[in-house]
Design a binder for this molecule. Structure first.
Ligand SMILES: *Cc1c(COP(=O)(O)O)cnc(C)c1O
Length: 391
C-alpha cells in the first residue's frame, strides 16, 4: 500500500522510495554494484521467489537494484500503477512492452503518428516473427475498433502524438480492448505523469522516454514502463531478464535527481507552450500551429477530459515549403538549437517532412521544443530567423 502521507505528485517525487536512508544520507546513494550476495543458501534460494518490494531481495542489477527501486517507486505512484521498471532507453521500454504482448500470428494496431522508431519496430521488424499490424490515425474510436481483428493482441497509442499532437480516446479504447482480451499500451512521454495518467482510463502499460521530461536535463537516456504487478512479474521473467535493457545505477540516480523538479518544469512548460502557441498563431509566415493546448484543437473535449495540462512541444506548418529557405531558417536560429529529442533545459528546433494519415501530400513542419530560457529571448530569435521564410 502506498503511504497515504504522499498523496500528491510533488510530495511523491521528493520522498517516496527514500524512507530508508543509509547513514542518514538525504540523497539516496548510487548502488554501483552488479550483484548482491547472501548470508546463507536459504536466503539465496528464497530471494528468487518474491519480486515485489518490500520483501524482495535483489540478486543481480540487470533485474533490480536499490537505486532503480527509488525511481521506479516514484514513477509507479505518479502513474497510479502498481509497478514500474526503468530501462536503458525509452525504446528498451517500448520494445519490451510490445514483445510482451504479441506472439507469432498476432496482429497489432498502432497510431500512425506514434514515435518513429516504435512504428519502425512494428512495421519493419515484427513481420520477421509473423506479427502483423494496421496503422490508424486514431482520431476516431470507431476507426481503432474497426482495425482490430480476432488475432489482435495489442493496441499501441501515443496521445497526444509528438509531431502533430493528435489525441486518442483512452477510455473508449481500454473498454473495448478489455472486452476482447486485447492489451493496451500508451506512450505518455509528451505529458509526463504530471499532466496525464492513462492508467486511470484503463490503459494497461504506460510507457515513457524518461530521457525527455522525466529526467529533464538532456544528460541521460532512459525509459520507463508502468503496469500491474501481475504483468510486471511476467515482464521481469521474460523481456526484462532476457532482453537485458535495464538502466544502470548512475543514470537512474540522475533520473531521480532530474525528476525532483518535474512539477516545476511542467508548470513552466505549460505556460511556455501556450505562450509560444499564441505568438506563432499571429505570425504571417505560419500557416497552422499544432499544439495540444490550442483552444481550437479539433479534439479539445478529449484533451480536456484526459489531460491536466499541456506541455512545451509544438509544431507549425510554415507557409513557405521551400527546402532551401527552411534550411536557412533553421541555420539562422541562435538560441534554438537544431536537434532531435526534447524535454531538457534547452530550446530545440527540428524541421521534419511528414505525411500523417489524412494529409494529401508530404509537407514540412517545424517542431519546436521550448526549454527553460526567457520567452522574449526565444521569440526574438524566431523573429529574426523567420526573415528567411519571407525572402
Ligand atoms: C524520444 C522518444 C521515445 C524514445 O525514447 P528514447 O529514450 O530515445 O529511447 C519514445 N517516444 C517518444 C514520444 C519520444 O519522444
Amino acid at each position: 500500500m502506498p503511504d497515504r502521507t504522499y498523496q500528491h505528485p510533488e510530495t511523491i517525487i521528493q520522498h517516496l522510495g527514500e524512507e530508508v536512508k543509509p547513514h542518514g544520507a538525504v540523497v539516496p546513494p548510487i548502488y554501483q554494484n552488479s550483484l548482491f550476495v547472501f548470508d546463507d543458501t536459504f536466503q539465496f534460494e528464497t530471494s528468487f521467489q518474491v519480486q515485489e518490494p518490500p520483501d524482495r531481495r535483489h540478486n543481480y542489477s540487470r533485474i533490480s537494484n536499490p537505486t532503480l527501486d527509488v525511481a521506479e517507486a516514484k514513477i509507479a505512484a505518479l502513474e497510479g500503477m502498481e509497478a514500474a521498471k526503468v530501462f536503458g532507453s525509452g525504446m528498451a521500454a517500448i520494445s519490451a512492452a510490445i514483445f510482451s504482448a504479441v506472439e507469432a500470428g498476432s496482429h497489432l494496431v498502432c497510431v500512425d503518428t506514434a514515435y518513429g522508431p516504435a512504428r519502425q519496430l512494428i512495421s519493419d521488424y515484427l513481420p520477421r516473427f509473423g506479427v502483423s499490424h494496421t496503422f490508424v490515425s486514431g482520431m476516431e474510436l470507431e476507426e481503432i475498433i474497426g482495425a482490430c481483428k480476432p488475432e489482435t493482441k495489442l493496441i499501441y497509442l501515443e496521445s497526444p502524438s509528438s509531431l502533430i499532437f493528435q489525441a486518442q480516446d483512452f477510455e473508449g479504447v481500454a473498454k473495448f480492448a478489455k472486452e476482447k482480451g486485447i492489451v493496451t499500451a500508451a506512450d505518455n512521454s509528451y505529458s509526463s505523469p504530471m499532466f496525464q495518467t492513462p492508467g486511470e482510463f484503463g490503459i494497461d502499460m504506460i510507457l515513457h522516454s524518461a530521457t525527455k521530461y522525466l529526467a529533464g536535463h538532456s544528460d541521460v537516456v532512459a525509459g520507463a514502463l508502468a503496469c500491474s504487478w501481475e504483468r510486471m512479474n511476467k515482464l521481469m521473467n521474460d523481456e526484462i531478464a532476457l532482453f537485458g535493457g535495464a538502466l544502470a545505477p548512475f543514470p537512474a540516480w540522475l533520473l531521480i535527481r532530474g525528476m525532483r523538479t518535474l512539477p516545476l518544469r511542467m508548470k513552466h512548460a505549460q505556460e511556455a507552450g501556450n505562450r509560444m502557441f499564441e505568438w506563432l498563431t499571429k505570425r504571417p509566415e505560419v500557416d497552422m500551429v499544432f499544439h495540444a493546448g490550442a483552444p481550437d484543437h479539433p479534439m479539445r473535449c478529449l484533451i480536456e477530459k484526459q489531460m491536466r495540462g499541456t506541455s512545451s512541444l509544438l509544431s507549425f506548418l510554415p507557409k513557405c515549403q521551400d527546402e532551401a529557405k527552411l534550411r536557412r531558417f533553421s541555420d539562422a536560429l541562435n538560441i534554438f538549437q537544431l536537434g532531435v529529442s526534447w524535454g531538457g533545459f534547452e530550446s530545440l528546433c527540428v524541421p521534419l517532412k511528414v505525411k500523417p494519415m489524412g494529409w494529401s501530400e508530404e509537407r514540412y513542419i517545424i517542431r519546436l521544443y521550448i526549454g527553460l530560457e526567457n520567452a522574449e529571448d526565444l521569440e526574438r530569435d524566431l523573429d529574426q530567423a523567420m526573415a528567411e521564410l519571407r525572402s
